[in-house]
Design a protein around this ligand. Structure first.
Ligand SMILES: Cc1cc2nc3c(=O)[nH]c(=O)nc-3n(C[C@H](O)[C@H](O)[C@H](O)COP(=O)(O)OP(=O)(O)OC[C@H]3O[C@@H](n4cnc5c(N)ncnc54)[C@H](O)[C@@H]3O)c2cc1C
Length: 320
C-alpha cells in the first residue's frame, strides 16, 4: 500500500494531490491518504476521484490551518497502523517539510522532487529527481522502509480513477510541543480568479515591465485569456507583485498550455518554474536573452508598445 499526505488550505485541497495520487497508483493499486484538520471533510470525495480507497482523517480543531509537526505526527500514527511500502507527498514547501519531519523522527532518507519512482525490493527503490533547479536529472537508489518521497509538480498528468473512498476518522496523538509551529496570522491579498499552479494560460512579467504600474496590462490580458498573472523574482524582490505570483525554482512551478513571458531574461531559476509549459512565448527587446532559446515563439519587441496591441487583438478575438 502507498500512503499519501494531502495538504489543504482550510478545506481547499492542494491541486497537486491528484498528481501525487496518480503517481502512487503507478506504483501500487492500493493507495490511501492522510489529511488533517476538522475542516478537511470535503477533500474525501476529491481523493476518491483519483483512486484513493481510504482517507485517514485526523480530526482535530487545532489543525484547521497548516501545522507541520502535528501533520507529521498524524502521518506517523497512520504509518504505525498500516505499514505502507511508501509515503508520498507533493514536492511543495509543506510536503517537503512534513515528510522531512517524518524522516528525522524515523531516521529514514527522504527523496524530494521525484519525477519517477519504482520500488525495486523490500526496502529499496530507484527514483529520478530534479536537482539544481531542474538542470540536472539525478537517478538515485534509496534504501529505507517505507520509502519517503515527494513528487515533483507536473511530473505526471493527473488521471481520474473514481472509487468510493471510505473515511477512517482518528484522533491525532499530539503533545503541546507538536503545536509550537503553526500559522498565527494571514495577511495580504486573498487569491482571486484562476490559481497560478493550475492556470492554462500564464501571463508573466519581469524587470522589463519597469515597475508595478505596467502589470495592469498583464492583469487585463490574463483576464481576457482566462489565465493568471505570474512574475520573476526581481519583480517580487522589488515589491511590485506578491511572492505568491513568483514563477521559478523558489516560486510556483507552472505547467500551462501557454506561458507568455514579458521582459523576463530567462535565468535558469525562472525556467525551472515554467519549462513544463506546452508553449512558451517570450517578448524581449534583446534577441540574445536566454529565454529566447527556450521559447517556441520569440518576439523581439518592446513590451510597452506590444502589450496594448495584444490586448486589443485578444479582446477582439474573444468578442469581449
Ligand atoms: C537561489 C536562487 C533562486 C532564485 N529563484 C528564482 C525564481 O524562483 N524565479 C525567478 O524568476 N528568479 C529566481 N532567481 C533570480 C534569477 O536568477 C534572476 O535574477 C531573475 O529571474 C531575473 O529576473 P528578470 O528576468 O525579471 O530580470 P532580468 O534578468 O534583469 O531581465 C529583464 C529582461 O527584460 C528585458 N527587457 C527590458 N526592457 C524591456 C522591454 N521594454 N520590452 C521587452 N523586454 C525588455 C531585458 O532585455 C531582459 O532580458 C533566483 C536566484 C537565485 C540565486
Amino acid at each position: 500500500m502507498i500512503l499519501i499526505y494531502v495538504d489543504h488550505d482550510r478545506g481547499e485541497i492542494d491541486p497537486l494531490a491528484a498528481q501525487v495520487a496518480t503517481m502512487a497508483r503507478s506504483i501500487d493499486d492500493d493507495v490511501q491518504a492522510v489529511i488533517v484538520g476538522s475542516n478537511a471533510e470535503k477533500c474525501v470525495d476529491e481523493l476518491g476521484k483519483f483512486g484513493v480507497t481510504t482517507v485517514h482523517h485526523g480530526v482535530d480543531d487545532r489543525l484547521a490551518d497548516y501545522t507541520p509537526l502535528a501533520s507529521a505526527r498524524a502521518v506517523l500514527a497512520v504509518m504505525e497502523r498500516t505499514s505502507p511500502r511508501a509515503v508520498l507527498a507533493a514536492s511543495t514547501p509543506r510536503g517537503n517539510e512534513v515528510l522531512g519531519h517524518i524522516a528525522a523522527i524515523r531516521d529514514l532518507p527522504l527523496a524530494s522532487e521525484c519525477s519517477q519512482i519504482s520500488l525495486t525490493g523490500a526496502d529499496t527503490a530507484e527514483v529520478s529527481r530534479a536537482r539544481w533547479g531542474g538542470n540536472l536529472l539525478e537517478r538515485s537508489k534509496v534504501t529505507g522502509d517505507p520509502l519517503l518521497a515527494t513528487v515533483q509538480a507536473h511530473a505526471v498528468v493527473a488521471q481520474e480513477a473514481p472509487v468510493a473512498a471510505s473515511t477512517d476518522a482518528f484522533d491525532v496523538p499530539l503533545t503541546d510541543a507538536d503545536l509550537l509551529v503553526g500559522i498565527v496570522d494571514r495577511t495580504g491579498a486573498q487569491a482571486t480568479g484562476v490559481g497560478l499552479a493550475e492556470a492554462k494560460v500564464v501571463v508573466s512579467g519581469g524587470r522589463g515591465m519597469d515597475g508595478p504600474e505596467a502589470f495592469a496590462m498583464l492583469e487585463e490580458l490574463a483576464d481576457i485569456l482566462g489565465g493568471a498573472v505570474g512574475c520573476s523574482r526581481v519583480v517580487t524582490a522589488a515589491g511590485w507583485r506578491p511572492h505568491a505570483e513568483q514563477v521559478g525554482q523558489t516560486g510556483t512551478k507552472v505547467a500551462p498550455d501557454v506561458y507568455l513571458a514579458f521582459g523576463i531574461s530567462g535565468a535558469t531559476q525562472h525556467i525551472a518554474g515554467c519549462k513544463s509549459a506546452k508553449t512558451l512565448i517570450a517578448v524581449n527587446t534583446d534577441a540574445q536573452a536566454p529565454i529566447m532559446t527556450h521559447a517556441d515563439y520569440a518576439v523581439v519587441d518592446n513590451l510597452h508598445t506590444l502589450l496594448p496591441v495584444l490586448i486589443e487583438k485578444a479582446r477582439a478575438a474573444k468578442g469581449a
